[in-house]
Design a binder for this molecule. Structure first.
Ligand code: V47
Ligand code: SF4
Length: 366
């Protein structure tokens, strides 16, 4: 049979057959496949799964990022974004943020709000912003705050995580982005973001959100000091949580970008590493419907390539409203795409563009 001719290693061959039969692979099998299989084999498997789950479709949405401040009480070593009090940075007033939404008119369906963890602003400060956003755009979806921001806001407002999430939902929060997951393994996490909430705290907050009916996204920050074992362990903890709740919308790998941060000496991993990571995510995370390539971080060309390695989602039009990756050295210093650009980028690689809302309801097929 052709598989035996292509794959010389019998252990890898057995795992490949398991995946082809639609069976779940274990952590040990994931590590083995990741370490030993050829890029072409991983690509074949990931694309097969991608097409079974999502056909030729490539999802995108029309969104605006608001980054309220880059002041942050934490100082994650991989972060190029945070500034301490007194250093050069920004703090938008609520009126300024509201104006950013207003100026977009009906060009957007989602507002994505993520920034530094400001020492003073509390949950009600942002809650009132959400209310005002909904007053001017009742139909817009508010996707806001990484887990570490939410746990800080809840603490400042003397609430538990559950109370904080419920209060934010009551104010108008619709879903939670995937940031702050970084890498769950504590030995690695302690070296790259020692002050941040633990991986278990991140998972607990997302599980609680799912129980309250708030869908969330999930990420991994890869390409720094972590090893393949840590990546598969990360996937596995997400897969277990998704089995319990089904509350994750999408998984988004985030490649460590090296400019202007404390880990610059590590450099960046190769494109081959990127592709393998995305393909392995698609193969391992059998209970995630979508895998996203966040184009302002990974670049447009590689995003197109990744559509053949498991990816079915391109995030959004962004409207030049994020600085996280331009400060970390991403190619696109002013990320913005019109709907026409997005559609053309997808069609040019033979796939079908689909405009979605934030929870993957289809809005328009192109
Ligand atoms: O948590 C920070 C990462 C995240 C760097 O849910 C870095 O739809 C690479 O989570 N190199 C925030 N990554 C962004 C984020 C996100 C982005 C787009 C879409 C969604 C979504 C979520 O950015 C942080 C951290 O993991 N990050 N610095 C860096 N130098
Ligand atoms: Fe602050 Fe987030 Fe940067 Fe960490 S990654 S320093 S929490 S802005």
């Amino acid at each position: 049979m052709i598989i035996e001719e292509i794959i010389k290693d019998t252990e890898v061959e057995a795992i490949v057959k398991k995946v082809l039969q639609g069976n779940r692979i274990s952590v040990a099998e994931g590590i083995e496949l990741y370490k030993k299989a050829d890029l072409s084999v991983l690509g074949f498997l990931a694309n097969k799964i991608r097409e079974e789950k999502n056909g030729d479709r490539v999802y995108f949405n029309r969104n605006l990022h608001i980054e309220p401040t880059n002041q942050c009480v934490y100082s994650c070593k991989f972060c190029s974004y945070y500034r301490k009090k007194g250093e050069e940075g920004w703090e938008f007033s609520r009126d300024e943020m509201l104006k950013q939404v207003q100026d977009m008119g009906d060009k957007i369906t989602e507002v994505h709000i993520v920034g530094g963890v400001h020492p003073k602003w509390d949950l009600h400060y942002y809650g009132e912003l959400f209310q005002k956003i909904k007053e001017i755009r009742p139909d817009v979806h508010i996707k806001a705050f990484t887990a570490v921001e939410i746990s800080y806001l809840a603490k400042r407002s003397k609430m538990s995580v559950k109370e904080g999430l419920q209060a934010l939902k009551d104010y108008g929060l619709d879903s939670i982005p995937g940031g702050g997951a970084e890498i769950f393994d504590e030995t690695i996490r302690q070296q790259v973001c020692p002050h941040k909430d633990t991986g278990e705290e991140w998972l607990y907050l997302h599980e609680t959100a799912h129980q309250l009916g708030i869908p969330t996204n999930a990420t991994i920050l890869y390409g720094h000091i972590e090893k393949i074992e840590h990546r598969i362990d990360h996937f596995n903890r997400l897969r277990e949580l998704q089995d319990r709740t089904g509350g994750f919308n999408v998984f988004i790998p985030l490649k460590y970008k090296m400019e202007n941060n404390e880990l610059s000496y590590l450099g960046e991993v190769s494109v081959v590493e990127d592709i393998k990571l995305y393909a392995m995510a698609r193969i391992f995370l059998d209970n995630f419907q979508h895998i996203k390539a966040y184009w302002p971080m990974i670049g447009k060309d590689i995003s197109q390539l990744l559509l053949s390695f498991g990816v079915d989602d391109f995030d959004g039009t962004i409207n030049d409203s994020t600085r996280i990756y331009s400060l970390a050295g991403a190619e696109d210093q002013e990320p913005s795409m019109s709907t026409d650009d997005m559609v053309a980028m997808i069609k040019s690689v033979g796939r079908q563009p689909i405009e979605r809302d934030s929870v993957y309801t289809i809005l328009k097929e192109y």
